[in-house]
Design a protein around this ligand. Structure first.
Ligand code: UDP
Length: 245
């Protein structure tokens, strides 16, 4: 088994984007629902305080690093990760692969109308892509069985769950034995980007690894979550110190 890279207790797969797409395509040939999460530093910090959430991370079939913060931390701890494999980029790469291999995706999450718009845009971008279904992410507990039935009737190869962290990871974990999808991935705001409601940072900012700054400026309501970033850096330093490096 490949060695995982431990960042404050969350064990990341040391994998490139194309290796991840390849591995997930193999998951799609299997019979067991595989669960994949894409934590960034804020989510790793969330797992420090929420042991149930940390356990869910530990039981994942694949964990990939979303965000330059994780890559830098891995480097600092002298256990470098190959590259950033963000949830949004991974989703786009998978949909491109799936459009060429008659695989189907179900888009679950975000505000009413967003998943439908995302489906429309993705079918235009990746001709041949099969969208098995969509459902928004604002539902009552009592609606859940019907949503799962809708997903199961469409038997998607991939279920993208965009409910935000930690809700999406907890939802996947709780339902993974009833969901008939080959692969479930928690993808945060990805459907908003696919729908065109939210823009990615401009290319130059992506190149300079400043996507986090762009998100901060565009969504200042997330400031509380950004306060976790310095705590993350301090914790990584402490861990480095404890390891005696
Ligand atoms: N969302 C949802 N249901 C909820 C709460 C949030 O569908 O009950 C959606 C929200 O509309 C947005 C996404 O989840 O599309 C959260 O995106 P964010 O970028 O905050 O994800 P995170 O960074 O938490 O993974």
């Amino acid at each position: 088994m490949e060695k995982k890279i431990n960042i404050l207790g969350v064990k990341f797969d040391n994998i490139t984007m194309s290796e991840a797409v390849n591995k997930i395509s193999k998951f799609m040939d299997g019979n067991v629902t595989k669960c994949i999460y894409t934590p960034n530093p804020e989510i790793v910090m969330l797992a420090q305080k929420d042991t149930q959430f940390m356990d869910i991370m530990t039981e994942a079939d694949m964990i990939v690093p979303d965000g330059i913060g994780i890559i830098k931390a891995a480097k600092m701890l002298k256990t470098p990760l190959k590259e950033k494999v963000g949830g949004c980029d991974l989703s786009y790469n998978l949909l491109e692969y799936m459009s060429k291999h008659s695989r189907s995706v179900f888009l679950f999450g975000a505000a009413p109308g967003t998943a439908d718009k995302a489906a429309e845009n993705m079918k235009k971008k990746f001709p041949g892509l099969i969208v098995a279904g969509t459902h928004n992410g604002y539902f009552k507990k009592e609606d859940e069985a019907a949503i799962i039935e809708q997903i199961n009737n469409s038997k998607p190869d991939l279920l993208l769950v965009a409910l935000g962290a930690p809700k999406q990871e907890k939802w996947i974990f709780e339902n993974k034995n009833t969901i008939q999808a080959k692969v479930c991935i928690g993808v945060g705001g990805t459907l908003d980007i696919m729908a065109g409601n939210l823009r990615r940072a401009p290319k130059w900012m992506l190149k300079l690894n400043l996507e986090w700054l762009y998100r901060f400026v565009k969504q200042p309501t997330r400031f509380k979550r950004f306060l976790e970033l310095p705590k993350f850096v301090i914790k990584v330093f402490i861990t480095k110190g404890k390891r005696g490096e």
